[in-house]
Design a protein around this ligand. Structure first.
Ligand SMILES: [Ca+2]
Ligand SMILES: [Ca+2]
Ligand SMILES: [Ca+2]
Length: 826
């Protein structure tokens, strides 16, 4: 059977929902081994995810391959609660209920009980007639609602799936779900769009139509974006006391038909391939829709519209992974330069080139010439006719008080602080990059960005110059060369912030962050986030209306692991700065040596913080290698020899650094242990990289995988460079292909502005404009437990999928330059 000729479009063309329903069967419900309700067309997840703030949790609905609803849960406040929460608190936020499956009825039961209140309830998910499913909520030991405040069953519906589509209720409310929020906001809430005992969404779109009915009580359709852009549309169902029967009884009917087929994903690098690279296009299908059996074809696109079939082959099965099946179409032996396209039945990939100069232009440059400058703090940034942001945060920074546990993981240890609480620390309004879309500079992210820049200058030269950076006026002008290599200028920008720490104290700081949650979350321009005036309490008491206490807090707690990281990046920076910046080189080298000396003489200080590395020995060993490379002082090699046991214990994390100094270590015992472990490490890595269909490591985590895949870049590059027979460069190329489109569920490039698709709006500082920052690298495809991959391409507010971070971009630049170097020097 030709699976893919049976296109779902056939059924769309019938035009009418009723026709589609009348003539097609619905896939039967079953409970999967992962304990969710499933048919071919719809899955209902039952508390498989526990990240409601990221719109991931509770009851969730995947409808024709789109997760259209999430956070189906009971919201209430119990009057016995003593936590003083000022607003109704979603109790399931903290509760992970036990799940019981009843295979005979294909139903799922979730039991909720609480340690601090005498109250239980259960949610049942169960099949209903005509392909629908039900959600029932039973209360136990409760007679009425007198102990519950603001109780309602809610479920959020994805704006990207429904905005612009219509809705109607059986009471006669109807209209379109708005692109932008415009409901009337009252003191406590916003007005509902519709009320009734049945509400139907998107009746005009058979693939999206869904009807929600309540057997008793009313349901409301709300636009929940009244407070934050990232919220969704909400269905809120009334809770009606009903003795031992269900107090909420919803019937949810997603329109569906068993013959629905999801098109295959033809996943490949959107920018194309170097002739000498392995070239594997990965074909993804839903596992329960079978595997492609026809031949895939590679076509070469000629001038004058001529096309040539250059190879065809039945794709080779890789096997099942999550809910998908993967096959591989390997055209590695095709090396002739040209434009190509892969076709499979009715489906075709994007057109991509094969050519030797594939990584030279238009791949990494936007990350250096646009994304990194836009993230620069304490500068004004203009890009031709666009104003990115004004000079910002010139009022940095005031000392965070002792013992402050803050948002985004910033922590100030109890005990003495560098300055007094809330006192302004001078000299910190310089350098650094905004960590992400948020209003902070973190030593970890600015440090790792600086480190990436130093090593890429060392390895690849980096004479590229497209940006003017005026360090006198603090103005940045994009697409305007100034004769100084951009990577050097960015490196100096990172060093400025880090070295400023060491002007104030004998250690680095955690970072600076907005004092206020509201400012911290504010999208828009960084230039206006504070008033750029240093706050002076005396001015406030004198009634100065200009003085606003909006200066960012600096968290100054020391950590020895971070100190060694700083020593590493400062030592590396000192090696690569040109004569024109010798002042920074000298200072970086001096501080790096002082850090080593200080830390060797005292017991380590360990205080966990966001951006602070976790493993002391890993950081120590890497610092010793960098300091040796910079100073050629043999004491650092002696340290490595003396630390042989720790080197072996942490081998996979430090071997990239050691590969650069290994030949200088003339110690037979060390050499023997190192070589033996190197062989073992090679086998470990080969096993790990073969675990997924993409030749990359994809751990089970809330966040998308792409940064982690790129953060491994030093290991991939330096080991392939030093020991190519043990560590093939394919690990590096696979990471690049993944980033640029060869990944699950779509072929979207994870680098904004690079690739053949229109860039998706991403979670950057301009997210509320549904915009993106060219060259930003977002976290990408994430796992929705237990077995679904997701990357919402029209909704920039799922930070775990589309957030940019500054040290997501630099390892991408490094990767592309590394691949170019390895491919062109072979
Ligand atoms: Ca941050
Ligand atoms: Ca420049
Ligand atoms: Ca201020």
């Amino acid at each position: 059977m030709n699976l893919f000729l049976r296109s779902a479009m056939l059924f769309f063309s019938m035009g009418s929902l009723l026709l589609a329903e009348a003539q097609t069967a619905k896939g039967p419900w079953k409970i999967t081994g992962d304990e969710y309700l499933h048919s071919k067309e719809v899955s209902v997840l039952a508390y498989h995810n526990h990240y409601p703030v990221g719109k991931l949790g509770g009851i969730e609905v995947i409808h024709h391959d789109q997760r259209i609803a999430t956070n189906g849960m009971l919201y209430f406040r119990h009057r016995q609660q003593l936590d003083g929460a000022p607003v109704p608190k979603p109790i399931p936020d903290v509760a992970i209920p036990p799940r019981t499956v009843h295979p005979e009825s294909s139903s799922i039961r979730l039991d909720f009980a609480f340690s601090n209140i005498d109250f239980q309830y259960a949610i049942h998910v169960l099949p209903q007639e005509d392909g629908a499913f039900g959600i029932n909520v039973h209360f136990e030991g409760v007679e009425d609602l007198s102990l519950l405040d603001t109780v309602t069953f809610v479920m959020d519906f994805f704006p990207g799936s429904f905005k612009g589509k219509s809705y109607l209720s059986d009471r006669g409310d109807l209209g379109h779900l708005p692109y932008d929020f415009h409901s009337v906001i009252t003191a406590s809430n916003s007005t509902s769009l519709a009320t009734g005992s049945q509400i139907t969404l998107a009746p005009e779109d058979p693939e999206r139509t869904i009807a929600i009915s309540a057997r008793s009580g009313q349901i409301q359709l709300l636009d929940s974006r009244s407070t934050e852009h990232n919220h969704w549309f909400t269905i809120a169902a009334e809770v009606v006391p009903n003795g031992t029967g269900p107090w909420v009884e919803l019937v949810i009917q997603p329109n569906r038909w068993e013959e629905w087929v999801r098109p295959p994903v033809l996943a490949h690098s959107q920018v194309g391939y170097h002739p000498e690279q392995a070239k594997v296009l990965t074909i993804e299908t839903l596992a329960d829709q079978g595997v492609p059996e026809q031949k895939a074809q590679l076509w070469k696109i000629g001038i004058d519209g001529k096309e040539e079939l250059v190879m065809e082959q039945v794709p080779k099965s890789w096997g099942a992974f999550m809910r998908y099946h993967y096959s591989e179409f390997d055209f590695t032996h095709i090396t002739a330069p040209g434009l190509y396209q892969v076709r499979l039945g009715d489906y075709a990939s994007d057109v991509f080139p094969i050519k030797e100069s594939i990584y030279e232009q238009g791949v990494w440059q936007l990350s250096l010439n646009t994304f990194l400058p836009v993230q620069m703090c304490h500068m004004e940034v203009k890009d031709r006719t666009k104003f990115w942001h004004g000079q910002c945060h010139m009022d940095d920074a005031i000392q965070a008080p002792s013992g402050t546990q803050f948002f985004d993981g910033f922590r100030q240890a109890s005990g003495p602080t560098v300055y007094s609480s809330h006192e302004h620390i001078p000299g910190l309004a310089t350098g650094g990059w905004h960590d992400a879309a948020d209003d902070d500079i973190n030593a970890g992210s600015t440090g790792r960005t600086t480190y990436d820049l130093a090593l890429m200058i060392e390895e690849f030269g980096m004479r590229y110059d497209q940006t003017t950076i005026d360090t006198v006026t603090n103005e940045v002008r994009l697409q305007r060369p100034d004769g100084v290599p951009d990577a050097v200028q960015q490196l100096v920008h990172g060093l400025k912030w880090i070295l400023a720490n060491y002007q104030v104290a004998d250690h680095s700081f955690v970072g600076v962050i907005s004092q206020h949650w509201e400012t911290y979350l504010q999208a828009g321009g960084w230039g206006q986030m504070t008033d750029n005036q240093i706050f002076q309490p005396a001015a406030e008491s004198a009634g100065n209306p200009q003085a606003i206490n909006d200066d960012r807090l600096i968290f100054t707690s020391k950590d020895s692991r971070r100190e060694y990281l700083m020593a590493s990046l400062l030592a590396a920076s000192a090696r690569v700065l040109p004569q024109s910046h010798s002042h920074y080189a000298a200072r970086a080298k001096q501080v790096a040596r002082e850090i080593w000396q200080r830390e060797q003489q005292a017991a380590p200080v360990i205080y966990d913080n966001v951006g602070t590395p976790r493993k002391l020995w890993v950081q120590k060993i890497i610092a010793a290698t960098e300091l040796y490379l910079t100073t050629k002082d043999s004491k650092y090699l002696d340290f490595l020899v003396a630390s042989k046991e720790e080197v072996i214990q942490n081998f996979d994390e430090v071997v990239w650094a050691l590969s650069r100094v290994e030949k200088a270590i003339k110690h037979a015992g060390f050499q023997k242990a190192y070589k033996a472990e190197l062989n073992k490490s090679s086998k470990r890595m080969a096993a790990r990289y073969s675990e997924t269909p993409f030749g990359v490591i994809m751990p089970n985590q809330v966040w998308g995988y792409n940064w982690e895949i790129l953060w491994d870049i030093y290991t991939k590059y330096y080991l392939s460079k030093a020991y190519p027979e043990l560590f093939p460069a394919d690990y590096l190329y696979n990471a690049i292909h993944y980033t640029l489109g060869r990944h699950p569920i779509s072929n979207i490039s994870h680098v904004s502005g690079v690739g053949t698709h229109e860039p998706i709006p991403a979670y950057g500082v301009n997210r509320a404009d549904f915009a993106y920052i060219p060259g930003g690298v977002f976290s990408g495809v994430e796992i929705v437990n237990p077995d679904f991959f997701e990357l919402k391409d029209n909704h920039p507010f799922l930070w775990q999928q589309s957030e940019y971070i500054v040290f997501g971009a630099t390892p991408f630049i490094f990767s592309i330059l590394a691949a170019d170097q390895l491919l062109t020097t072979d």
